[in-house]
Design a protein around this ligand. Structure first.
Ligand code: SF4
Length: 458
């Protein structure tokens, strides 16, 4: 197993049997499932709508070369500056160069998958640029020196009481504040940065090719306000964010927030067509289009579908592995099914091969995904790739092929009694099964014996 896999296993062993953590995850799960139930009648035919979303994204991937060129033409004609970054390092350097040219010493950022993907925050801090998180969950994490718990709800692991204690210790506010008071306090701390930013850096939810439009969604209002007042707006987005036309947003936007906890639909949408003008000053608008191995994913007929992800977070909430080990155990910006599939494709597969095993193939992620990504099948595709590369799963493959040889023949399987089978299972599995769980026992009567008995077959 790769080094990161060993770290994952060690982290998982600690957290998986932490009762407090498990209860927190289960209460989130119950809350989420209640939302799913409440939203079940929003569409006359939700399956059809999901399939429409899937088709829109698949169609865009097939003609991405044309969409990118059209977007470039339209965005540039509208007054934006488009930069192409092949990888994370190039993207970070481009951002730093823009900040340097404009003598900017402080940036405000909003919640963004892509900002986390390229590791921008630590890079800028190393370059002595101050970074202010304007998303409330991200702000809580930065105050407590933690990474976001997941890409959807950064502070999902913290209770209101824990945040109240954190704020009392860090800012000296009165003890035991409630959620409303904590939110008001956070907004007040961030007010000046949100209304007077030197530079704002955001991601993008979608990029509309035929108009050159950047689409951003949010619930808090920090993106809308900061991007309105900032003299410089830098957007970083993957090339996969491209869609053909505004009409498609009618399908994609409501589905992106279908299972959001508090709102039926995202509270605010920002559409940026061109740099803003205020008091005769024209905002500088940059868009960095990031590849970072996406062209490799796009070359794979099936796995390319993972790029359709709208980062709604639903697959995390129903994943038994994520719900057992939690977000921080993954030590990545995108834990859960979507990250476990995309990270081996985006990064060096040898260093991330352990993610391919983080799936029980229960299929609940595929069922819940609002854009119909067949996540379970994509896990299998990644596993096939790994086996082809012979980089991993060799032991598992040999083990399973031995079991198969025995199991293919019923007579072989029934040659020995339940006690012997228990012993064999324990010999091969016990170590991996861990010391805190009981291995299930074989039934005294095998299925074929049972079947023969009830049907009087001799
Ligand atoms: S893979 Fe599907 S369910 Fe999971 S975050 Fe992406 S869009 Fe949501």
């Amino acid at each position: 197993m790769n080094d990161k896999g060993i770290v994952f296993n060690n982290n998982a062993k600690k957290i998986a049997f932490d009762d407090e953590h498990y209860e927190m995850m289960m209460s989130r799960y119950d809350f989420f499932m209640q939302n799913v139930k409440n939203r079940s009648n929003y569409y006359a035919n939700i399956d059809l709508e999901k399939q429409r979303a899937f088709n829109i994204r698949s169609k865009a991937f097939k003609k991405l070369d044309k969409l990118l060129v059209d977007f470039d033409t339209n965005f540039t004609q509208n007054g934006g500056n488009l930069l192409w970054a092949n990888d994370s390092d190039e993207a970070k350097k481009m951002i730093y160069d823009i900040l340097n040219q404009n003598k900017a010493k402080k940036i405000v950022k909003t919640k963004s998958f892509t900002i986390e993907e390229i590791g921008l925050i630590s890079y800028l801090e190393m370059k002595k640029i101050k970074v202010v998180d304007t998303n409330i969950g991200d702000f809580v994490c930065s105050v407590s020196n933690e990474t976001p718990y997941n890409f959807k709800s950064s502070a999902a692991h913290k209770t209101t009481e824990q945040i109240a204690d954190l704020y009392t210790n860090k800012f000296g506010i009165k003890e035991n504040c409630n959620a409303k008071q904590l939110t008001a306090f956070t907004k007040n701390v961030l007010r000046n940065d949100i209304y007077n930013p030197e530079v704002i850096i955001t991601g993008a939810n979608f990029l509309v090719s035929n108009t050159g439009t950047i689409v951003l969604t949010e619930n808090e209002g920090n993106i809308l306000k900061s991007s309105t007042f900032a003299p410089i707006h830098i957007v970083i987005a993957g090339i996969d964010k491209m869609i053909t036309s505004m009409d498609e947003l009618g399908v994609l936007l409501p589905l992106s927030s279908l299972y959001d906890s508090n709102n039926n639909i995202s509270s605010l949408y920002t559409f940026i067509n061109k740099p803003l003008t205020q008091d005769d000053k024209v905002q500088k608008l940059y868009l960095i289009l990031l590849n970072n191995n996406r062209t490799n994913i796009l070359s794979k007929d099936k796995q390319r579908n993972i790029l359709s992800c709208v980062q709604c977070g639903a697959c995390l909430e129903v994943c038994p592995i994520y719900n057992t080990v939690g977000g921080h155990t993954y030590e990545e910006y995108n834990p859960g099914p979507v990250g476990s599939i995309s990270l081996p494709l985006l990064k060096n597969i040898e260093e991330t091969s352990h993610f391919c095993s983080l799936c029980t193939l229960c299929g609940r992620c595929s069922e819940i995904c609002p854009v119909n990504i067949p996540l379970k099948d994509l896990f299998l595709e990644n596993r096939k790739d790994l086996i082809k590369l012979d980089k991993s799963l060799v032991g598992e493959r040999n083990f399973l092929s031995n079991i198969m040889k025995k199991m293919i023949n019923r007579k072989n399987l029934d040659k020995y009694g339940a006690g012997f089978k228990d012993m064999e299972l324990s010999y091969f599995i016990k170590k991996k099964w861990g010391s805190k769980r009981e291995l299930p026992k074989f039934a005294k009567e095998s299925f074929s014996e049972y079947w023969k008995n009830i049907n009087n077959i001799k």
